[in-house]
Every structure is written in C-alpha cells, then in structure tokens.
Write a protein that binds this ligand. Structure first.
Ligand SMILES: *Cc1c(COP(=O)(O)O)cnc(C)c1O
Length: 426
C-alpha cells in the first residue's frame, strides 16, 4: 500500500515535517484566500517598500516591551509619538503623551479608560458618585466603541443617526450628564467616509460644561483620517487638538498610515489627560517599565515600519499619495454617476467611494457582490446602524496600490455586472 505523505492538518503532529513541505502545504491552502490587493472594502495597507519589508523581517524577533534591552527602539517609538502629536497640533509639545497599540480598537479602549479615570477622580474630589459612568456616541460609530462599553462596564448612550450623513448633535447634547465620561466623535466614518461636526460639538460642549460645572471631553476616532486630514490641501473644519475639548485621538497606522496590519496610535492632548494611576509600572527584567497598553509583549516590527513610512514619504510624500488616491476616487465617482446604474453617497472628502445600486429593489446586492467576486473584486455590502430605512451600501477604499488602470477596469466590471443582472430581471 502506498504511504500517505500528506501532512496531517488538524492535529498537533506526532512528528514534525520538513520546513519546505510545511511552507508549500500552507501556501497551497492560502492560495484559496482572496487577493489582499483587491480587497477594496478594507482600509488596511497591503504593500510597503521592499526596504520596509527587509527592516520588518530583520526586526521580527524583537519584543517591544523589553525597553531595557531595546532602548533605541523605545526612543524611536517615542519619537513617533512626538511626530504624530505635532501633526495633530497638541498645544504644548513639552507635555506630550501617547502609545502605540495593535490598532485603533486598543487605542480607543485605552483612551476611553483614561477619560473614565479622569472623570472618576473629579467625581471623587467633589464627593460625587462614581457608580454609573456613561459614554455618549452616535450609532454609526465603529463596533469597538460598543466593545469598550461592554468590557469596561460603562453605560453606552448610543444615539441613533436619522440619515446617512446626519450627526445627532442635539440628541447627543441632551444625553450628557454629570456621569458622562466622554463624547465620541468620528473623523472618517467607517461606513460613509464622513467627518462629524467636531468644531460645533466642541463649542456646544464647552457651553454645557461651564453651565453645569462639568468637565466632559471629546475623544476623536481618526482611525481612517488621522493620516489623511493633516495632509489634505484644504482642511475646511478643525477636528484635532486645536479644539480645546479634544483630549485624545486615535489613528490606525495600518490604514492610511501606510503600514501593514498590527499598528495603531493613541495620542493625548497633554500628559495631564492620562491619569498617573493608569500608567503601569513593572519591574521585570531590569529597570521599571512603564506602560499604558492592554497587552504586555508586542512585536517591535510594525512600530519600526511606521517610522520607516514617515521617514520614507515625509509630509510631501503622504500628501502626494493622498492626492493621488483622492483623484482616483473622484474618477470612480464620476464613472459610477455617469453610468446611471449607481448612486454615489459619500461626501467626497476621503479617498473612499460609498455607493448604492440605483434600482436596488430589483437586484440583490449580495448577488451583485458575488458576481464581482467572480471577477476577483472584493467589496463589502453593509447597512448603517440608525433609525432610518436600512439602505444597503458598498464601499471602495482607494489605497496606494490602486491605480487608474485598475480603477477603470473596476468601473467597467461594476457597470457590466449591474447591466447583466438588470437584463436578467427584464
Ligand atoms: C477601522 C476603524 C476602527 C478600528 O480600528 P482597528 O485599527 O481595526 O482596530 C475604529 N474606528 C474607525 C472609524 C475605523 O474605521
């Protein structure tokens, strides 16, 4: 009988296998995954310069937490915090504070935890209850906001949006009370690409705070736009630390920060807004290590890759990439509009095209999505959580690797799939 040489895949194998064979086996299986570069719904970076790849590979074994051993890596990390604090316009560059994270979710959880502590200390100093903290944000926020409320035992006051681009400012203001730890605002909405009216929010909350003797601050979720808005030619409205109540901002390095998945950033307005009790000091290998993260160990590679991207591109490089992505996004919008098959619904600020089908009643969007998949394009279909008739939307995120040839091909495919499905229905 012929011996079966295949690697057993579902058990911890009794005996090991040759690396080359293991590699081939895993690669063959992964070939069945979609092509990451054509995953148009995803915001995360899929390609970096070969020198970045080299740097990442060489530094893969480095555990970021071992500050004593890798003091230079920690210095580079802190330099990035200072650089990002600068582009986000912190008021005092002598009192900066921030941390790298695995992504924006961890950054948001940590930021909101800091707001919770800040609130708690103030309540205690005024002899007020700390039993029922709440957090106020809109229903079209990223799920990590709900996750924070659940995991960290804070009442979520999630305010429903009434249409695609509305921001429930009035309802948000009415939901604030003395137990509100923070208001959430989104610069670069995951579903619509929109930017909340943070300037207006800031001035209204300033009034409310002074009227009631409260101290409610704002956290800005800039997962998508943190590396975009500072590089746009015209920043029409203010959204960052230039606004007095914006106390913390998160950015996803692995989105438009141009780094592979696994890196996010949290930046505080001032070191004052990270309560000292939350800075965790541990004596492990050498000197005390002070951290403000959820995990202990973490690879250093993506932090270094972020530094690489910053130094490689510089402000002018980021500007150029964003400009190019925005131009391609605009071409796609125009093509979709002209085709008369689609309705473009985004506001055209970020390089993210959000659209829906025109005669959406007669074509099933999931079927549409499946036909696109057969042409290798991956596009998400989703609803926006809110109190209006759910509308199924699709999104195309234009990233650095996307060029105008691909854009044209994509538009042709979108239109032909639509027309074929529509003809089938007639
Ligand atoms: C992607 C995203 C997040 C979560 O970020 P991760 O880096 O994936 O953890 C949070 N908020 C918004 C607006 C996002 O788009």
């Amino acid at each position: 009988m012929k011996k079966n040489n295949a690697i057993s895949l579902n058990n911890f194998p009794e005996k090991g296998n040759k690396p080359a064979k293991v590699y081939k086996t895993i690669c063959s299986e992964l070939d069945m995954d979609g092509n990451v570069h054509l995953d148009l719904g995803s915001f995360s970076t899929t390609i970096m310069n070969p020198y970045a790849d080299k740097l990442i590979l060489e530094q893969l074994g480095k555990n970021f937490i071992d500050y004593g051993e890798y003091a230079q890596t920690k210095k580079i990390h802190d330099r990035i915090i200072a650089i990002l604090s600068g582009i986000l316009n912190v008021p005092n560059c002598k009192s900066i504070q921030g941390t790298s994270t695995l992504g924006s979710s961890e950054a948001i959880h940590l930021a909101l935890l800091a707001h919770k502590w800040h609130w708690k200390k103030r309540q205690q100093s005024l002899n007020l209850s700390t039993a029922k903290p709440n957090i106020v944000y809109s229903s079209n926020a990223h799920v990590c906001w709900d996750k924070f409320a659940l995991y960290f035992d804070v009442e979520p006051r999630k305010i429903s949006v009434s249409s695609l681009h509305s921001y429930p400012l009035q309802e948000i203001l009415e939901s604030i009370d003395e137990n509100t730890i923070c208001i959430g605002a989104i610069a670069g909405n995951t579903y619509t690409g929109g930017i909340d009216p943070i300037e207006e929010l800031n001035s209204k909350i300033t009034e409310i705070n002074s009227k009631n003797n409260w101290d409610v601050g704002i956290h800005v979720d800039a997962a998508i736009s943190g590396f975009v808005l500072p590089f746009l030619k015209t920043q029409k409205k203010q959204w960052d630390f230039r606004l007095s109540l914006v106390r913390s901002i998160n950015l996803s390095g692995h989105k438009f920060g141009l780094v592979y998945p696994g890196i996010g950033w949290l930046i505080f307005r001032d070191a004052f807004f990270l309560p000292k009790d939350l800075i965790f000091s541990s004596h492990y290998l050498e000197k005390p290590i002070e951290t403000f993260t959820l995990n202990y160990s973490k690879g250093a590679s993506m932090i270094l890759a972020q530094y690489f991207s910053i130094l490689q591109h510089g402000i002018s490089g980021y500007k150029k990439i964003i400009k190019n992505c925005s131009k391609i996004a605009q071409t796609i919008r125009e093509n979709l509009r002209q085709s008369d098959c689609f309705e473009v619904v985004d506001e055209g600020i970020l390089p993210v095209v959000v659209f829906k089908l025109k005669s959406s009643g007669s074509i099933d969007l999931y079927e549409f999505q499946l036909h696109l998949k057969s042409k290798n394009w991956m596009l998400p279909v989703y609803d926006i959580p809110g109190n209006f008739e759910p509308e199924k939307l699709m999104r195309i995120v234009i990233k650095e690797n996307f060029n105008s040839v691909m854009a044209l091909q994509l538009c042709n495919d979108l239109i032909s799939v639509y027309q074929n499905l529509n003809n089938d229905r007639l």
